[in-house]
Ligand binder design. Structure first.
Ligand code: GLP
Length: 240
């Protein structure tokens, strides 16, 4: 892995060597990597050099350091294009991952002034509030709170909410979801969210809000989600 006569600095060679091990899947996400001492003894290089290589890989998000535990290969983030109005189920399936959902709460409540404004309904109108944990291959990725007017969606059961709600709205209720406005914000996880998502309180997260509209312009849903920042990233395609 290390060629002392090479013009490439040794820490760069070590970085490349570790990256290659990850590419070849000899080191897999979640695996711990050898300690600084082991690297330095194996390759007869200084611990400072090893530390520099590892720090660079941590800064690039390829490795993660966990205090008191060691350094591990990071999990690849799920990459989502900010284009097209897709559902969580569609997003995960498109990546060859198995989506699943746990419904934490499903209630009908009366619209407060905020919901009445967002969903363009009268104050006091009945609104479904659905709180779901969304998983990809069994790993919790996001916590979602969804508000939908009871007028547009007369009956929503726990079973339906455990599956794709978009599919239900489109294929059973024949609603045409046509466009959405989405906001993304950097944030950190709150205590209750952290417990549900299996992360430490204060971990970076993305807060995403979507208002989805029907073809006739009526707002169908207000969705407020918290996505794990360590597992999810967005890419935006720009044209000029
Ligand atoms: C995404 C969107 C939500 C939408 C949900 C539907 O998570 N941010 O606005 O309600 O997908 O997902 P599904 O059809 O998988 O229930």
């Amino acid at each position: 892995m290390i060629k002392k006569e090479s013009a490439l600095p040794i820490y760069v060679q070590l970085e490349q060597g570790i990256k290659e091990l990850i590419e070849k899947q000899e080191l897999k996400p979640g695996d711990s990597i050898p300690s600084e001492r082991e690297f330095s003894e194996t390759y007869q290089i200084s611990r400072m050099t090893v530390r520099q290589a590892i720090t660079n890989l941590v800064n690039d998000g390829i490795l993660v350091r966990e205090r008191g535990k060691g350094t591990f290969v990071a999990f690849r983030k799920i990459e989502q294009k900010l284009k097209g109005l897709t559902s969580f189920t569609e997003n995960m399936k498109a990546r060859g991952m198995l989506p699943s959902t746990k419904v934490l709460d499903l209630t009908l409540k009366q619209a407060d002034p905020y919901l009445s404004k967002m969903l363009v309904v009268e104050e006091g109108a009945l609104i479904y509030e659905i709180i779901r944990v969304r998983y990809a291959d069994g790993v919790p990725i996001a916590l979602e709170t969804l508000f939908m007017s009871n007028d547009l969606v007369p009956k929503m059961t726990k079973e339906q909410a455990e599956n794709s709600i978009y599919e239900y709205l489109e294929n059973q209720l024949y609603l045409k979801i046509n466009r959405g406005v989405q906001e993304l914000e950097a944030s950190v996880s709150k205590k209750e969210e952290s417990a549900i998502l299996g992360i430490k309180e204060g971990t970076p997260v993305l807060r995403i809000q979507r208002i989805g509209y029907l073809a006739d312009g009526r707002p169908l849903e207000l969705a407020q989600s918290v996505y794990r920042g360590d597992l999810y990233k967005y890419t935006i395609e720009l044209e000029r």
